[in-house]
Design a protein around this ligand. Structure first.
Ligand code: ATP
Ligand code: MG
Length: 260
């Protein structure tokens, strides 16, 4: 019996090429896990495989039930996904995009949204600081505003398993910190949060554990303090790194540069 996400031996081939090879990883309930690794390492592919969005070998369970064979609607009632690039209907308002997160919970015969669904959408918009934008057409929002609306859509789903692919993309520094703080709060309230990040300092500050992908394999996994070593950063990213301490939080703070 394992609480949370357990990925065992997941392999993916695309275009005749192996993209992921025998991935084993865990993300425990009540924790925030960062998925890091260079461009092309397989982070987005792994997230899509976890959610059964592409064919793969191996198994994926959440709270011991098989995630991949679940019907789509049943899976959407406890999982949410913020993709790296979200395609959203151009004619929707910000509120309507957030309300998409409530569709898995609405009976097919329901003509208009229930008050409960509307209040969850409003709460999610408040949480990401976007209440002033609710009636704007989604397409007219800036990149960072759109990203925050996508995060609100996922939060409105009240997922027990939340996957986010580079959620701090497009966000200013305050919004990056506020968003990761919000996600960590959801995790520590009991959700399982798995997010792909490129900023290693944000990953070190906010994540309880990290999984490092490199060339479609797991190169390291564990708490940021043990995973983020100069040797690993040289091997995986080809950078020279010094690991310092954040003066405020005591978390690892990485100073990196090109070798030589
Ligand atoms: N249909 C495809 N055919 C062949 N290769 C593919 C296909 N789709 C993805 N890939 C390759 O799979 C690898 C992993 O891609 P993926 O998007 O998972 O990487 P990533 O770790 O998310 O990278 P990034 O940090 O740039 O988002 C990349 O090398 C990509 O070019
Ligand atoms: Mg990606």
């Amino acid at each position: 019996m394992s609480a949370g996400l357990v990925v065992s031996g997941v392999s993916v081939q695309l275009g005749g090429q192996p993209i992921l090879s025998g991935i084993d990883m865990r993300a425990a309930s009540g924790t925030m896990t960062g998925l890091i690794g260079p461009n092309g390492a397989g982070k987005s592919t792994l997230m899509r495989a976890i959610l059964g969005l592409l064919p793969h070998g191996g198994s994926v369970t959440f709270d011991s039930s098989d995630l991949v064979t679940l019907p789509r609607r049943a899976r959407a009632q406890f999982t949410a996904f913020v993709e790296q690039n979200s395609d959203t209907d151009a004619r929707l308002t910000a509120r309507e995009v957030v309300m998409l997160g409530r569709i898995p919970f609405q009976p097919v015969w329901q003509a208009s949204p229930a008050p409960h669904d509307l209040s969850l959408a409003e709460a999610a918009l408040t949480a990401v600081g976007m209440t002033a934008f609710t009636d704007r057409l989604y397409q007219t929002l800036s990149g960072g505003e759109q990203q925050r609306i996508q995060i609100a859509r996922a939060l409105a789903q009240q997922p027990r398993l939340l996957l986010l692919d580079e959620p701090t993309n497009h966000l200013d520094v305050h919004a990056q910190l506020a968003t990761l703080d919000l996600l960590r709060q959801r995790a520590h309230a009991g959700a399982t949060v798995l997010l792909a990040l490129h900023d290693l300092n944000l990953a070190a500050s906010f994540c309880d554990s990290l999984v490092v992908l490199h060339g479609g394999r797991v190169a390291a996994a564990g708490p940021p303090e043990t995973v983020l070593t100069p040797a690993l950063l040289r091997q995986v990213y080809g950078v020279d790194a010094a690991i310092l301490r954040h003066p405020g939080t005591g978390r690892p703070l990485i100073a990196y540069g090109l070798p030589g």
